[in-house]
Design a protein around this ligand. Structure first.
Ligand code: NDP
Length: 398
């Protein structure tokens, strides 16, 4: 059906490569490129599939990307490098007539923002070029938006309250590690809290609002309101929402480490001079922390991520709805060599590209996932390793 180019060979790239290789009827040719080619070669070897070509690219450099795209002529690029590269990759897509998909919004290196405005500004250019850009197609953002679109399409006349609940009840046995790129992860969880209520954004101190929420097959876990990027597009696309929040679980140990890291200045994203050399503390910290891509082997437990929604049902009566997936870190590891957080991100990225190549999610312009038909995507989640479950009219706790 089509040729895919994956950029990024970290935890998520590993899973995307495995999953596209598992779907040869859709992904007829596969290229895996990243800054360090040897990482691509290791992944290709582990998959043991002679259809994966590998390449080296610095995705901060549009010229290098253009050369790579012209050499391989992919139909779609799956960008699972870092959010800093989103715009250069989108520029190269426009230059070469290639479609685009990512799992995280563009981030300026020197400021943690978590905003879509830079990428939404590409709308006209992608539209005029007849190219599709699918933004935020991991789990959250990604499946969280597809779940919301599914709820709106099938069950609700008016969605009023949306709570995205993200629990990682896994244990990797390390004193402190992040589940995806440490730099992006620490930037995300140390920022101020923010949620949407009655047409306004409400700001909180980091981790100020918290309570125990009960997760299926896991039980109660302390959960914290943090800002997460999909809230921005969801409140725009579903204007009936009176409130939208994102909750994430953190253990006490994790929060203590995070507080120390912040207090001693290691979470700083501005450059400092050390021994006459410029270094960014959080980038140095990344170099000494465990590699998230290698946490899988001893990781036990599950993730549970879902949407809890209240509002008026299609029949005009009040209703609640909870849709979620639980993913076992160990099962993810056995299948792909990566842990559950990489798995829950990489599988939806593959499905998004599959939706595009099948012509089901194909429209010129730049779109968030909830702007496409959720049904074929939901069907694939069940087939590709992330089955979902629904609960109707129970107390949502939020
Ligand atoms: P990793 O840090 O493990 O991997 C990132 C990869 O990108 C590495 O292979 C790295 O290369 C490569 N890379 C970095 N800079 C460049 C560059 N300039 N040119 C080419 N390649 C580059 O991150 P993860 O796999 O954990 O995360 C990947 C993405 O997924 C991130 O954007 C993250 O925010 C997103 N994510 C989204 C989630 C969701 O649910 N939506 C959840 C989790 C993650 P090298 O090996 O040389 O460093």
């Amino acid at each position: 059906m089509g040729k895919v180019l994956i950029i990024g060979a970290g935890g998520v790239g590993t899973v995307v490569a495995h999953k596209v290789a598992q779907n040869p009827d859709v992904f007829t040719e596969i290229v895996l490129a990243s800054r360090t080619k040897s990482k691509c070669d290791t992944i290709a070897k582990a998959i043991d599939c002679n259809r994966i070509k590998t390449a080296q690219v610095d995705a901060d450099n549009v010229e290098e990307l253009v050369k790579l795209f012209n050499e391989h002529k992919p139909d779609i690029v799956i960008n699972v490098a870092l959010p800093y590269q989103d715009l250069t990759i989108m520029d190269a897509c426009l230059a070469c007539g290639v479609n685009y998909l990512d799992t995280a919004n563009y981030e300026p290196v020197d400021e943690a923002k978590f905003e879509y405005k830079w990428q939404w500004a590409y709308q006209e250019r992608f539209k005029d070029a007849g190219l599709t850009a699918i933004l935020g197609c991991g789990f959250d953002p990604g499946v969280s938006g597809v779940y919301t679109a599914y709820a709106a399409k099938h069950y609700f006349k008016e969605m009023q309250y949306l709570d995205i609940v993200d629990c990682n009840a896994g244990d990797h046995g390390k004193a402190f590690a992040t589940n995806f790129n440490p730099e992006i992860n620490i930037r995300e969880v140390t920022q101020k809290g923010k949620y949407y209520e009655n047409g306004k954004w409400i700001y909180t101190e980091p981790h100020e609002i918290h309570k125990a929420l009960t997760y299926p097959n896991i039980g109660p876990k302390e959960s914290y309101v943090i800002y997460h990027e999909e809230l921005e597009s969801l409140v725009k696309n579903y204007p009936t929402l009176k409130r939208a929040r994102f909750w994430m679980t953190f253990g006490q140990e994790y929060l203590t480490h995070l507080r120390v890291i912040q207090n001693i200045g290691m979470a700083r994203i501005d450059p400092i001079i050390y021994n006459g050399m410029e270094i960014v503390p959080i980038q140095f910290l990344k170099a000494v922390l465990p590699n998230p891509g290698e946490l899988g082997e001893n990781y036990v437990g599950e993730t549970s991520i879902g949407c809890r929604i209240k509002g008026i049902g299609k029949d005009g009566k009040e209703m609640t709805y909870y849709v979620y997936n639980n993913c076992s870190h160990h099962a993810a590891y056995l299948e792909t060599g990566a842990q559950g957080v990489s798995y829950t991100t990489g599988v939806p990225a593959m499905i998004g590209a599959m939706m595009f190549l099948k012509g089901l999610w194909k429209k010129p312009g730049v779109f968030n996932v909830e702007e496409f038909d959720p049904d074929p995507f939901m069907e694939q989640l069940n087939k590709q390793g992330l089955p979902w479950h629904e609960v109707f009219n129970e107390d949502l706790e939020v």
